[in-house]
Structure formats: C-alpha cells, structure tokens
Write a protein that binds this ligand. Sequence first.
Ligand SMILES: Cc1cc2nc3c(=O)[nH]c(=O)nc-3n(C[C@H](O)[C@H](O)[C@H](O)COP(=O)(O)OP(=O)(O)OC[C@H]3O[C@@H](n4cnc5c(N)ncnc54)[C@H](O)[C@@H]3O)c2cc1C
Length: 277
Amino acid sequence: MRAKDGRSFGAPVVVAADGVSSRLATRMGIHRREDRPMGVAVRGYFRSPLSEDQWLSSWLELWDGAPHESALLPGYGWAFPVGDGTVNVGLGMLNSSDAFRKTDYRALMKRWLSHTPPEWGLTEANQEAPIRGAALPMALNRAPAYRDGLLLVGDAAGMVNPFNGEGIDYAMEAGEMAADAIAEAHYRGIGTRSAERALEGYQSRIKAQLGGYYRLGTVFVKLIGDPRVMKLCTTYGLPRKSLMRLVNKLLANLTDARDGDLSDRLINTLTRLAPSA
Ligand SMILES: Cc1cc2nc3c(=O)[nH]c(=O)nc-3n(C[C@H](O)[C@H](O)[C@H](O)COP(=O)(O)OP(=O)(O)OC[C@H]3O[C@@H](n4cnc5c(N)ncnc54)[C@H](O)[C@@H]3O)c2cc1C
C-alpha cells in the first residue's frame, strides 16, 4: 500500500476493520451488495431522570409522528441509561420501506421525542450534544470476508444483525475469528497453500455462524417494510406473551443452539434451512 507521502507499507495479512465505508475493501474491489438490507441509526444524549433506570428500554412501535395517528415505521427506538445523569436515546430504521430515502432522521427523532412523556425531559434544553447518525450495513453486505490477504471485520463486512441493528458483538466475535485464522496461517507458514486455506476458513466460519440467520433476517426486513405487516405484528403480536418470547429470542439472537424449547428448535431449524450465501 502506498501512502499519500509516497511511502510504501506491506504486510502478509491485513485486517480491514475500517467501518461501513471500508475504503480499504472498496479499493481491493470488494464492493457492497445492493441486495442486502441497510439501516440508519441516530442517537443523542440528554440529561434525564431515566439515567438512573435499572433497565434499558426499547419501543417496537416507531411512529412517524403522533402515536396511532401517523405512519408506523420499520424500526425501533431505545433509551440506554448511562448512569451519569444522561441517557442515550435513539432510533434505528430499515431501508425496506418507501419512507427510507425520503426520511430526515434528525427531524424524525425530534418528532418522536416530542411525543415522549414530559417528565423524561427529552427536550432540546436538556440535550448534551448534537444528534448523530450513521448507516448500519446488514446481513453480510460486503463479501467475501476474505480475499487476497485481506480479512474484513465488523461493519466493513456488513455484519450488523438485520433483526435488531446490533453490530458491536458481531464485530468483536469476527475479530476473534480473524485472529484465530491469522494465527493458524502463521503456524502453517504464510505463503503456503495450507496457510491460504486457514485464511479462507475465516470466510467459511462467518458464513456458518451468521449466514442462515442473517438470510432469515433479510426476509424479516422485507416483511416489516410493509406498513400493513408491521401494523398486524404490533397489534396482534405484541400482546401475546408466548409469541413475544419467540420473537425476543429470534430478534436478539438468544436461541439455545443445542437444547432449548420448541421455539429454539423452530428457529434453529429455520436457520439451518435458510441458504447462507
Ligand atoms: C447511532 C448508532 C447506534 C448504534 N447502537 C448500537 C447498539 O446499541 N448496539 C450495537 O451492537 N451496535 C450498535 N450500532 C452499530 C455499531 O456501532 C457498529 O456495528 C459497530 O461500531 C461496528 O464496529 P466496527 O469496528 O466494525 O466499525 P466502527 O465502529 O465504525 O469503527 C471503524 C473505525 O475505523 C476507523 N477508520 C476508518 N477508516 C480508517 C483509516 N483509513 N485509517 C484509520 N482508521 C480508520 C474509523 O474512524 C472508526 O473508528 C449503532 C450504530 C449507530 C450509528
């Protein structure tokens, strides 16, 4: 690799952990897949009594304005108590709806906040810093995760979970898998065919671990992109405890892989059946 000042840098293996835009991967010809979902998340910090809550809260009904009088959007809102007097409040939304490209997310966030209870204090006067947002690259939207000595980790490989918008855990787990593959490649002797197979094993592990589940997530994203489906789910699904237990396991990726109950087995079977490509 050549730097702007003309110096050259080389390494037998490089990890691209440079986030959603991954200029490194793009320069190496590994581009974003358009057939995978994208999300957007915006968040702000507010001084609020919610800061001392023992629980983090999320709202699966994300209204574009006044609740029940405006459009229901495919996404959710959250409030994470920080414990220092502030709360991290934000919302995430998927690109599966027509509303996606037209939405001004900061304005949407302000509208959403204006409908929260006044005692929470989520007002401009209590805002600590500007509202910031970024894209959420989902369902392995940049592949392959290994090619020509370059391993993609985290957002660079689009590893955000399409069911819930989480990417930190997956980025860290992928980092560990990448480190394993690199250590194995060194052990086998960098430059040998055997070492190359060890590095290719990283891509296979990522696909085996996340491929099927993320493929299900892609279907889920398409479904909830239809406001009628979203409305049906929230109206008839939310009040049903046993259904919500299953939904919680599916959305939070908390399925028991080995034992577990009927809902675990159902999700595991669907995950296995879904093509991981
Ligand atoms: C508002 C919002 C809220 C979110 N909330 C959650 C959440 O609650 N839970 C969750 O799990 N996930 C959440 N996510 C997603 C999560 O933040 C990402 O999936 C995660 O940070 C991905 O980690 P990463 O290391 O792959 O990429 P990043 O965190 O983007 O890190 C990439 C780093 O590389 C640096 N970089 C880029 N190019 C270069 C370069 N050329 N040279 C040197 N450095 C470079 C960048 O500056 C950056 O620091 C949220 C995202 C947003 C936008």
